[in-house]
Design a protein around this ligand. Structure first.
Ligand SMILES: [Zn+2]
Ligand SMILES: [Zn+2]
Length: 117
């Protein structure tokens, strides 16, 4: 039988039976905060480390923006992948763009979508 008295936490506090010490609650909160910070990251949208590497390789072999000829910094999906992994990873669906062309293309696309709906 475990004792029913308060236990002694590693931090030196006495903790009532069934309760958690303040230091344990704090640690748990910190763990949760760290987890929350990393959770809604880019990998949720399909942009994981594999993508980062594939993007670099693609830009090395396609260094020029397809629209204006400037240095390409963005791999754009010609057809929006909308989270579809097979569309996302289809290299025939990739094009090198510079940042201004990329944001311009996306804005036009969003306008088109708005007109359709
Ligand atoms: Zn403690
Ligand atoms: Zn461009």
């Amino acid at each position: 039988m475990p004792s029913r008295g308060p236990r002694l936490c590693g931090c030196g506090h006495r903790v009532p039976p069934g309760a958690r010490c303040a230091c344990e609650r704090k640690r748990a909160a910190e763990r949760k905060a760290r987890f929350d910070k990393t959770r809604p990251n880019s990998s949720a949208r399909g942009y994981d480390r594999g993508w980062e590497k594939a993007r670099r390789v693609f830009l090395k072999t396609h260094p020029v923006c397809r629209r204006c000829g400037a240095r390409a910094t963005v791999v754009d999906h010609i057809k929006p992948h909308k989270g579809d992994r097979s569309v996302f990873w289809d290299r025939k669906n990739w094009q090198p763009l510079c940042t201004p062309c990329h944001s311009g293309a996306k804005q036009r696309e969003e306008r088109r979508n708005m007109e359709r709906t």
